[in-house]
Design a binder for this molecule. Structure first.
Ligand code: 5MM
Length: 341
């Protein structure tokens, strides 16, 4: 492992003004997204949609540091035969790959999941590296509900995340470590804080046990937010203050950067939260975005599967990428959203 090179890539992924596009929806998830806009989820439609994102020259070259791809996409070619990976590289962005193989029920832990995909991961990473991937992603899913998460689920998922991270670094690929605490329940922001603290502490303990140098990773956590069904939603300032405090408590300064998931927040909320955290300032790591839904909801709607709408979809994507780029520097203002509307 060449740690200096891993660190260089990790720093590029979280460079100020830029963040990551999570375009790694698995077949089931992209189908759900396409269903919502009335588009059939065929291989060609998935290619056309992702191609329009990667050909959004302004967004990709100015605001998107890297793109997380799904296995199908990393091998796909654009309509004119250019590999999609090349489009990303030509725009000055870094190709990455989702390497987990989804979740399965965790034995002995009702309603809890373990992320799988460690078998043969070393071999798969070699192929992804040859195909151009310089970073990877593995997502652990932790739910909050009465009686869960259990210690077993938190610990087992942390162990798998650290095993994955060690294998990535050995393959000269920067691991994005994503322990996602879901915001699906009716829990308060303080319960989210408490569970996320537990999850992050266990994750960093496992990274230490498995000898993963933190200079060569990027963390992708959830923010501290109330559950979607909670009676009491937290305001932007509260989310920012609590998330910063939580991260300062759990994430060593050796980590180059933290790239948040959006987790079901609205586009503007995800931007406002990131911006408010960066406005607090004085942080030991860079704070940026690795959004899926909060970057793609607008372009998906604008596109709706029609070739005539490609330019409008690219404008919608560029706008969100720019807003989040500004938020990664604490320079976003809400009236910039209105001006674009
Ligand atoms: C883009 O969605 C990713 C893939 O999810 P599935 O494996 O469930 O299809 C997902 O891992 C994503 O990278 C993160 O959850 C962040 O995305 P959001 O939409 O929460 O910002």
């Amino acid at each position: 492992m060449n740690l200096a090179d891993l660190n260089k890539i990790a720093n590029a992924m979280v460079a100020p003004g830029r963040g990551i596009l999570a375009a790694d929806e698995s077949s089931g998830t992209i189908k759900k997204r396409f269903d919502a806009i009335g588009v059939e989820s065929t291989e060609d439609n998935r290619r056309d949609y992702r191609e329009l994102l990667f050909r959004s020259q302004e967004a990709m070259s100015k605001y998107i540091s890297g793109v997380i791809l799904y296995d199908e996409t990393i091998w796909q070619k654009a309509k004119d035969g250019t590999p999609l990976v090349k489009l990303i590289e030509q725009a000055g962005s870094i190709p990455g790959i989702k390497v987990d193989e989804g979740t399965q029920p965790l034995p002995g832990c009702p309603n809890e999941l373990i992320t799988v995909g460690l078998d043969k991961l070393a071999e798969r990473l070699k192929k992804y590296y040859e195909q151009g991937a310089r970073f990877a992603k593995w997502r652990a899913v932790i739910d909050i509900a009465p009686g869960i998460p259990s210690y077993t689920a938190v610990r087992t998922n942390a162990h798998a995340l650290a095993r994955y991270a060690a294998l990535c670094q050995q393959a000269q690929i920067v691991p994005i470590v994503e322990p996602e605490v879901l915001m699906d329940g009716d829990h308060t922001i303080d319960r989210c804080y408490e569970v996320t603290e537990f999850v992050l502490k266990e994750t960093f303990q496992e990274l230490y046990y498995q000898k993963v140098p933190l200079e060569g990773i990027v963390l992708k956590p959830n923010m501290a937010v109330a559950g979607k069904k909670s009676a009491k939603k937290a305001g932007v300032e509260e989310v920012a203050e609590k998330t910063v405090r939580l991260l300062k408590t759990c994430v060593p300064g050796a980590v180059p950067g933290i790239a948040f998931l959006s987790g079901g927040q609205s586009d503007e909320e995800a931007t406002a939260h990131l911006d408010a955290m960066n406005k607090i300032g004085g942080l030991p790591w860079k704070l940026t975005f690795s959004y899926g839904r909060a970057l793609q909801a607008a372009p998906q709607k604008a596109w709706s599967g029609k070739a005539d709408n490609v330019a409008a979809a690219q404008r919608a994507f560029t706008h969100r990428a720019q807003m989040n780029g500004l938020a990664s520097k604490g320079e976003w203002k809400q009236d910039l959203e209105k001006k674009a509307a």
